[in-house]
Design a protein around this ligand. Structure first.
Ligand SMILES: Nc1ncnc2c1ncn2[C@@H]1O[C@H](COP(=O)(O)OP(=O)(O)OP(=O)(O)O)[C@@H](O)[C@H]1O
Ligand SMILES: [Mg+2]
Length: 321
């Protein structure tokens, strides 16, 4: 079976796209079943790349032309680019990795707009391939090698995000229960509709749902908005597993590789990375809103964070079939 391609998208920044894409990818690759996962970073901020690899290594890959920027640039100027040579296999801070691979991004991806403009202004020949379908056409070649291809998108409506939308089976929206974060999801829905209008076709991409993230259980406004979202499930299709503002998750996307290291496995297992047996979260249900959140988790008033993330990955697997 070819891989399912799933993008994490929300126009709002800082909602957990990178953290949750990585967390789910790691649990699919390392937890139990051990599925083959390719994580593709298409954000010029390259947060996912630098969480998976030391920055020196990401820079080296960029210099060798093994980054998504070069994927787009070569399509623009009409040179060959082989996605196979850009796949990095030793890309994890968890020991024993054989299932998790990545393709990195880098800051040069932020130059793509200028490159396109420059080509237009200098009258360069039109690219042989439509620039909105570059990512999809490359991914198509390696779909058979993976169970999951997960794309971490930037908080923008650039051509890169359109590429992700056009090559996807599903999109998932991480969502902090706050107004602007919800608005960011609406903007993506509108973008998909406008791409459908322009292409005069119904795109295959399906909404896999939203994942409520960084819920601060002590905040009344978070509780209230989460309550509203769960009470209108048709609109945002929220995952039952929601994620709190939890310390073990800071280190997922903000992992600080020692600068000089080229690779540095640190965690003996994915469970240990997510706090192991000792990391608990509390959710004492003293309001109906908290009770609803608690019932969604189905784990009682206190629960292991690693178990919640595992449940989230399992729900993702059931959803994006
Ligand atoms: N559940 C969580 N608990 C604690 N910290 C979190 C959680 N989710 C994300 N964070 C932290 O919040 C910050 C933003 O998260 P992240 O980078 O994943 O968001 P993003 O949507 O990818 O941002 P951007 O739009 O800039 O790409 C990071 O510092 C991350 O470590
Ligand atoms: Mg990000």
């Amino acid at each position: 079976m070819p891989a399912k391609v799933v993008s994490f998208i929300n126009l709002k920044g800082g909602v957990g796209k990178t953290t949750l894409a990585l967390a789910i990818g790691e649990w699919l690759a390392f937890g139990g079943g051990g599925q083959k996962v390719l994580l593709v970073d298409v954000d010029p901020q390259y947060n996912m790349s630098s969480a998976l690899l030391p920055v020196a290594k990401v820079t080296e890959l960029g210099n060798q032309g093994k980054s998504v920027y070069h994927m787009f640039k070569s399509a623009l100027v009409g040179t060959n680019w082989d996605i196979g040579q850009a796949i990095v296999k030793d890309c994890s801070n968890i020991y024993g990795n054989i299932n998790l691979h990545t393709i990195v991004s880098g800051p040069d991806l932020g130059r793509l707009d200028e490159d396109i403009l420059e080509c237009r202004l200098t009258g360069a020949p039109k690219p042989a391939i439509e620039l909105h379908t570059v990512l999809g056409s490359h991914i198509q070649r390696i779909k058979e090698q993976y169970s999951w291809i997960i794309i971490d998108c930037p908080p923008s409506l650039s051509i890169v995000t359109s590429n992700a939308i056009l090559c996807n089976d599903y999109w998932i929206a991480p969502l902090i229960p706050e107004a602007l974060s919800v608005f960011g999801v609406e903007m993506i829905t509108t973008k998909i509709a406008s791409l459908e209008e322009v292409t005069k076709a119904r795109l295959p991409i399906k909404f896999g749902g939203s994942i409520l993230n960084r819920i601060d259980i002590s905040r009344k406004d978070h509780q209230k908005r989460a309550f509203q979202i769960y009470n209108k499930p048709a609109r945002y299709q929220p995952f039952d597993s929601w994620i709190g503002d939890w310390k073990p998750l800071y280190i997922v996307s903000d992992y600080d590789y020692p600068g000089e290291a080229l690779s540095y496995p640190e965690w003996p297992s994915v469970r240990e990375k997510y706090g192991g047996e000792h990391s608990w979260a509390e959710n004492k249900a003293d309001t109906p809103e908290k009770a609803l959140l608690q019932s969604k988790l189905g784990l009682g008033g206190s629960y292991r964070i690693a178990n919640v993330v595992l449940n989230l990955a399992m729900e993702f697997k059931r959803t994006c079939i």
